[in-house]
Design a protein around this ligand. Structure first.
Ligand code: NAP
Length: 292
């Protein structure tokens, strides 16, 4: 079984991004600047944004964190988005999700200038990805394609089963895998909570992308020998033996499933670090004006 080590790969890619950024700036390019909007004090969101800011420092980008109270109104938030759209010093920015219930996340995402949408959530970028045009690809699916590419996992002609159809993971992942690219050309089945006989489908899979957010959902009796598994799930599960009082669990029952796998990502240390790196890749792309 090959462990698809996202942490190690992320470190390698960060070092490549740092070198590329230095050359870009030496040739007169402006230092890439990633801004992040964070609303409220959700533990997960604080951690994720913290990782993103730290990663910017590691590769020589500038970063700015705009942290607002839960009580910020939708109108005020839209105004902050507009300011970042208009700020020539900012290369790209993200709005960390989830947002409080009184704010319409779709409206906020739609307000982002697609040219600065380094999370790849704006419909213009989603549409371009669907058409195979240059675009900002949503960070988690982009990170997964990098894992497949760098570890030489062949996708062409393979049956890929994506469990989950969210706009940020499952849906874009299924589009990328079925597209015409080095990490595409697969036959893709997308499963969700209304899928019947899920086990019958996962048993046929050469590659499974588990992105449903249900800890240890995928068990050994649901997969065939030699399968490749990408575990996107990250759920905080209470654990009194852990220092924090919780532990991150993936959607796959790693201990038993990994015994049948040709390759598998761990949680933590798999998809998570690659998501952060993908955001850096998109920001560097924005700095180079590669997406119009
Ligand atoms: P989401 O928006 O909650 O979507 C979950 C999807 O799973 C939905 O499409 C849902 O179906 C489907 N689903 C739920 N129960 C199912 C079941 N029993 N059988 C089959 N499908 C089922 O979640 P998300 O934002 O995509 O995130 C998924 C997981 O990935 C979460 O654990 C999240 O924390 C994690 N994540 C990790 C990263 C990372 O960087 N590592 C990034 C993003 C997300 P319906 O559409 O029918 O409801």
């Amino acid at each position: 079984m090959l462990l698809l080590d996202g942490k190690k790969l992320a470190d390698e890619l960060k070092s490549e991004i740092k070198t590329e950024t230095e050359s870009f700036m030496a040739a007169g390019g402006r230092k890439p600047h990633l801004a992040a909007i964070l609303v409220g004090n959700d533990g997960g969101s604080l951690t994720y944004v913290g990782h993103k800011v730290k990663a910017c420092e590691q590769v020589g980008f500038k970063s700015t964190l705009l942290h607002f109270e839960d009580s910020i109104s939708e109108e005020q938030l839209l105004n902050e988005v507009k300011k970042l759209n208009d700020d020539e010093e900012v290369t790209g920015f993200i709005v960390q999700l989830p947002l409080p219930k009184h704010i319409n996340a779709d409206r906020v995402i739609m307000a982002i200038d697609p040219r600065k949408d380094v999370d790849g959530f704006h419909p213009v970028n989603v549409g371009k990805v669907t058409l195979g045009l240059p675009a900002y690809v949503s960070a988690t699916p982009l990170g997964i394609t990098k894992i497949l590419e760098r570890y030489g996992v062949e996708t062409a002609g393979k049956h890929c089963v994506v469990i989950g159809r969210s706009n940020i993971v499952g849906r874009p992942m299924s589009i990328l895998l079925s597209g015409q690219s080095a990490t595409g050309n697969a036959t893709v089945t997308v499963c969700h909570s209304r899928t019947k006989n899920l086990r019958e489908i996962t048993m046929q899979a050469d590659i499974i992308i588990a992105a449903l957010g249900k800890p240890e959902f995928l068990t050994a009796d649901m997969v065939k020998e030699g399968v490749v598994i990408i575990d996107v799930g990250t759920t905080r599960v209470t654990d009194s033996t852990a220092k924090a009082g919780w532990r991150l669990k993936g959607d796959v029952k790693f201990e038993e499933v990994s015994k049948k796998c040709a390759a598998i990502t761990p949680v933590p240390g798999g998809v998570g670090p690659m998501t952060v790196v993908s955001l850096l890749l998109n920001t560097l792309k924005a700095a180079k004006h590669e997406v119009q």
